[in-house]
Design a protein around this ligand. Structure first.
Ligand code: OAD
Length: 253
């Protein structure tokens, strides 16, 4: 593949940035084999109805269907490996003074790639909690039925945010705060359609913060971003990190 060229202003801003904020979505994990949600042929919501699987009402109506669907996704994610995009973001964290990675993904692939400062906006699919008291439960008997909380007997559920539910309060508070107060905002692999996550780049733009989108496709954010790096994040992000390192090599000493 031809070498990716970046605008010099972008690399200079990245070099000078004291605090970089990155928002990631499902596209970041696409190259790890984790399906996205809204893509026409391959997205999960093209095949499955979110109202039957990802709402509290759906879980009340048919807990077994919801539990089994999340078990399938949990196992898929457990087998997936971080891709070069995840590793590039983990390396970027070591190259800038402060990096906050805000993710809508529930797959832990950023943490598994070595990112430390991660805010999970939509929870984590591997964590199982009691649906009543939200107590984390580590083990449960595999009876084939929806397992129950050993303390209160309520059905267990994945610790993810379903449609109609609030995001974890502290996570979204912190995410807003850093998005409006950083030096460079990187928006990677998200359709930028689901709020409140989609409002985070808006907060950056409203505060005149350089905003960079990494996505093979266009989104509602594209016309407002300073740069649209059009391509898969598994290729664009390693090239961006490499460009930053080369810039520093040229300007060191
Ligand atoms: P979407 O499925 O809505 O969007 C995925 C985005 O990734 C699209 O814009 C694609 O163009 C882009 N994409 C695909 N392949 C890519 C690649 N290799 N590199 C970079 N980008 C790529 O996923 P999200 O925006 O994450 O919420 O969706 C947001 C939320 O909606 C999810 O967290 C989930 C979903 O319903 C909940 O489950 C609460």
């Amino acid at each position: 593949m031809a070498e990716i060229q970046f605008h010099p202003d972008l690399i200079e801003e990245l070099h000078a940035a004291q605090h970089v904020v990155v928002l990631t979505g499902a596209g970041t994990s696409a190259e790890s084999g984790v399906p996205t949600f809204r893509e026409a042929q391959t997205g999960l919501w093209a095949k499955y109805n979110p109202e039957e699987l990802a709402t509290p009402q759906a879980f009340r109506r048919n807990p077994k269907l919801v539990w089994d669907w999340y078990t399938w996704r949990r196992e898929l994610v457990a087998q997936a490996q971080p891709n070069p995009g995840h590793y590039a973001l983990a390396e970027l964290e070591t190259l800038v003074p402060n990096l906050t990675l805000i993710t809508q993904n529930v797959d832990s692939l950023h943490q598994r790639a070595g990112s430390h400062n991660v805010i999970e906006l939509h929870g984590n699919i591997s964590r199982i909690v009691c649906s009543k008291e939200r107590r984390v439960v580590d083990t449960w008997p595999d009876t084939g039925d929806v397992p129950r909380c050993p303390h209160c007997n309520a059905p267990l559920r994945p610790d993810v945010v379903w449609f109609g539910e609030n995001l974890p309060q502290e996570a979204i508070y912190l995410a807003y705060k850093v998005s409006g107060d950083c030096d460079l905002f990187l928006c990677v692999g998200t359709s930028a359609l689901v709020h409140p996550a989609a409002s985070l780049p808006v907060a950056a733009i409203q505060n005149d913060i350089m905003t960079v989108e990494v996505n093979p496709n266009t989104t509602p954010l594209t016309p407002h971003a300073d740069f649209h790096l059009q391509g898969p994040s598994g290729q664009v992000l390693p090239a961006l990190v490499e460009a930053l390192k080369q810039f520093r090599n040229r300007h060191s000493g």
